[in-house]
Write a protein that binds this ligand. Structure first.
Ligand code: ADP
Ligand code: MG
Ligand code: ZN
Length: 507
């Protein structure tokens, strides 16, 4: 595809001239054991087409039955979003002919969703600390996922240029909840951050509810990003584009930014934005046009005749309300108070994805400040290098807590502790295994340290003279030499003490 690259207006100019409006549609794959309308298992990564049956393959004569747990999850999500739960609603057939849906229709909900209205408050990071934005919810509805198509033989993995395509129906029929926002106005230049913060908060919410693992990179939470621009807040909405299947928080932010810049260039050049779906390209950070958007009538929605309507009783809903856990925002406030950190520090912790690991490390006995230092420092650095989230590193919070304890007891210096953590990350076992295998112990034998000090002094005679003459700052050179000679296994403070005593000067 050698289309002309899109013209882009610089972001600052774009948001100075135009007012962005966002709409986010988030699909959450529920973590139910079985599919939405049949008993097929839902585990990720099974060989293609091994988790299918006549119902999810749409074979004639098969009939769907609703998964109760999926409905419960949908209701709990609705309740957590402050939505009204419909006392009566139906499924609808969304008709389309596409090989990823063998029935040639998807069972979804259309004008009768299970949850209506509501809101989610999100904390948007700004240089001055978090700013709270209320995102209004339009609806949350249930539907079934489609199969997964892969295009073979081409260079890009896209259908264009491929020799043939393969379809895996393991995913077809897995329960999905789609949560749709009302148009989000008034975000201005922070539109990209608001979009990201909303998806992050929703992900935290469904994880807290325990209804989905919400792994964006595995597609169990994905986002369609709608963006439009208008000349000012008092103007009618502009035409939107809908960027499909954005699958990371960072991409959500980038896709919004890109569409604002692209549409601004179109409008500033006197052109018109086309209503269309667009594809997000993770590698290049671009969106490209997909199909021009179907109108709802193209889908010929009608009530699903094979399923009975849902009528959740008040008692059932009340009972589900009692199962709601502490909400993520409340939990953050509680942890922030417990750990005595500022808004700004809390924002860094959340951004780094380090909330869960730090909480678990503290639960394993570490001091909150020490836990934070590791997860936001050394471990964040390694995670960044490896391109994973900090919580995905092969080290347990209990390991970090153990390292903290070893430093506190004086068994490890900071330098040694870092080497222990390196060892754990390299798969050498627990912290104690690494300490034993690598022989990482603080040299706390003063006689050995004094021998090393004498050697360092002999090698640095001039420096030694300076220190004797009162230039105590120069001691760092000798301490450094001793640390090097002991391969970082000495306690620098103790070395300095012994050194000054040896030279008869006071620190
Ligand atoms: P579709 O079926 O086309 O995806 P939906 O109603 O499911 O439509 O979702 C559209 C999303 O875009 C919603 O979040 C809606 O609030 C939002 N939206 C609607 N109009 C605009 C607009 N002009 N600009 C930005 N977002 C919009
Ligand atoms: Mg939609
Ligand atoms: Zn099935």
């Amino acid at each position: 595809m050698s289309a002309q690259p899109d013209a882009l207006l610089p972001f600052a100019d774009a948001v100075a001239t135009f007012d962005p409006v966002l709409g986010l549609e988030v699909h959450v794959e529920l973590g139910t054991a079985t599919k939405m309308f049949c008993g097929c298992p839902t585990g990720f990564g099974a060989p293609p087409n091994t988790q299918t049956c006549p119902t999810c393959l749409g074979l004639p004569g098969s009939l769907p039955v609703v998964n109760r747990v999926a409905v419960e999850s949908a209701i709990r999500i609705g309740l957590a979003l402050h939505s009204d739960i419909a006392p009566w609603c139906r499924f609808a057939r969304k008709n389309y002919f596409y090989p990823d849906m063998p029935k040639n229709y998807q069972v979804s909900q259309y004008d009768e969703p299970i949850a209506v209205g509501g809101w989610l408050d999100v904390d948007v990071p700004t240089p001055d600390g978090p700013r709270r934005v209320r995102v209004e919810i339009e609806r949350a509805h249930m539907e079934e996922d489609t199969g997964k198509t892969t295009h073979q033989g081409g260079e890009t993995g896209r259908i264009h240029g491929a020799d043939y395509s393969l379809v895996d129906y393991n995913r077809a029929g897995i329960p999905l909840i789609e949560i749709v926002t009302k148009p989000i106005e008034g975000t201005g230049a922070s539109a990209p951050e608001v979009a990201r913060a909303y998806v992050a908060e929703l992900r935290a919410l469904v994880r807290a509810l325990g209804v989905s693992d919400a792994h964006m990179h595995q597609g169990s939470l994905r986002c369609d990003v709608n963006v439009s621009l208008r000349r000012g807040p008092d103007q009618p909405y502009g035409t939107r584009s809908e960027t499909k299947n954005v699958n990371s928080l960072r991409s959500t932010e980038r896709a919004v930014r890109y569409e604002i810049q692209r549409q601004a260039a179109v409008l500033a050049g006197g052109g018109r934005v086309v209503q269309e779906t667009r594809h997000w390209h993770e590698d290049t950070g671009l969106t490209t046009p997909g199909r021009s958007k179907e109108q709802a009538e193209d889908y010929r929605y009608f009530p699903e005749p094979d399923l009975v309507p849902l009528a959740p009783s008040d008692e059932w809903v009340a009972q589900l309300r009692r199962t709601l856990p502490e909400m993520p925002a409340a939990r953050r406030r509680r942890l922030q108070a417990d750990w005595a950190v500022s808004d700004f520090e809390m924002q860094s912790i959340v951004n780094a994805g380090a909330l869960d690991p730090i909480e678990a490390t503290v639960a394993d006995g570490a001091d909150p400040a020490a836990a934070r230092k590791w997860w936001l420092g050394e471990l964040a650095r390694v995670a960044n290098e490896r391109g994973v989230e900090v919580g995905e590193l092969p080290i347990f919070p209990a390991d970090v807590a153990r390292v903290v304890a070893l430093v506190e007891s004086g068994a490890l210096t900071d330098t040694l502790a870092r080497r222990v953590v390196d060892g754990v990350l390299a798969g050498e076992g627990s912290p104690d295994d690494v300490v034993a295998a690598r022989g990482l112990k603080v040299v706390d034998d003063d006689a050995a340290l004094l021998a090393a000090i004498d050697e360092a002094l002999a090698a640095n005679a001039e420096v030694a003279e300076k220190i004797r003459g009162g230039k105590v700052q120069a001691a760092g050179v000798v301490v450094g030499a001793v640390m090097k000679a002991t391969r970082g296994q000495a306690d620098a403070a103790r070395v300095r003490e012994l050194l000054l005593a040896r030279l008869g000067v006071s620190g």
